[in-house]
Design a protein around this ligand. Structure first.
Ligand SMILES: [Cu+2]
Length: 320
């Protein structure tokens, strides 16, 4: 190959790499706000995948377009191209590069999965292991009082939850067809809105009363299946004050789409205030979209449609 060609190809590769890196940075704006420590991990992985994908996509389609424009066969020329074979070096290179890339992606993804401590099917099968506890590491831990810092740079060091003194905010999550109920065991209050103190490690104990549900907060980049008859522990750290949405990520029946809840991340002071306020309220029946839609539809008597009746609308101290 002529030196000139090598230089041109290298220049194109560098340009493609630069464009791919730029696209990779751009991916951060495609996402909801980074409202939990975990979101930094996930977004970094996503950006990495898109950067790699962009480089390959631009390289392949660029070559195709270049060939189609500049090396087009003459009209009515149906002869074959030159038979090229037996370049061992080339074959080794184009096998090795994708294999290495796949291993790179796999290792990187697995590390992030580990850091987030999300339970796979294996953990759910072996429930005698203290599940969900082996990783409390997605949150940057800042020693005193269990307050974690919001800075993404200081993240992810330890994988040993027991060696760190972390003040967990324990909250019970109850999922049923079709409602979310959150219980704050310390104060004994219940709510249909999930309130969380910012920069605190949250530990959820999740249960389903009936079928499979999925706990998913896009702004936190966390998702966990809730399997009936199991206690599912799940941890994360919200780092941004604001109001977000929790949705069900597993189809759980007719009114699945109504299974949403507000997630309010607030300062520890506001959180305490809210707890106190909720504790003063008498429990009453919460608004439940599934129940009201079901009641409406039964009134209209849609014949021939049988559906699972929603569970009773939750009775809680606080509902929105
Ligand atoms: Cu559900």
């Amino acid at each position: 190959m002529k030196i000139r060609n090598i230089l041109i190809l290298s220049a194109i590769a560098i340009l493609l790499a630069a464009v791919s890196l730029w696209i990779g940075q751009w991916t951060y704006s495609w996402m909801p706000p980074q409202a939990a420590a975990e979101s930094h991990l996930v977004d970094k992985l996503f950006s990495f995948l898109i950067t790699l994908g962009a480089f390959i996509f631009l390289g392949v389609t660029g070559t195709l377009i270049y060939s189609a424009i500049f090396h087009r066969a003459e009209q009515y020329d149906t002869s074959d191209g030159p038979p090229i074979e037996g370049n061992i070096t080339l074959e080794i290179v184009w096998t090795a590069i994708p294999v290495l890339l796949v291993f790179w992606i796999a290792t990187y993804s697995y590390q992030i999965y580990e850091q987030m401590g999300i339970q796979g099917p294996m953990e759910a099968m072996h429930i005698h292991i203290p599940i969900g506890m082996r990783s409390a590491s997605a949150a940057p831990i800042n020693g005193d009082a269990g307050i974690v810092s919001a800075s993404p740079t200081s993240s992810i060091v330890s994988t040993d939850a027991t060696s760190n003194v972390i003040a967990f905010e324990d909250i019970e999550v109850n999922a049923k067809q079709w409602a979310w109920v959150f219980r704050y065991p310390e104060k004994g209050i219940t709510s249909t809105e999930l309130h969380l103190p910012v920069n605190h490690r949250i530990r959820l104990a999740m249960q389903s009363e009936d079928v499979l549900h999925g706990f998913y907060i896009p702004a936190f980049r966390v998702k966990q299946d809730i399997i009936p008859n199991r206690n599912i522990d799940f941890e994360f750290t919200p780092i941004r004050i604001g109001k977000y949405e929790l949705t069900d990520s597993e189809f759980s029946g007719t009114y699945f789409a109504t299974m949403r809840a507000n997630v309010v991340v607030e300062s520890p002071e506001d959180y305490k205030k809210w707890l106190a306020e909720a504790a003063n309220r008498k429990p009453c029946t919460a608004n439940n979209q599934a129940a009201s839609e079901y009641a409406q539809e039964s009134k209209e008597l849609i014949k021939g449609w049988v559906t699972v009746a929603p569970a009773q609308a939750p009775v809680v101290n606080y509902s929105n």
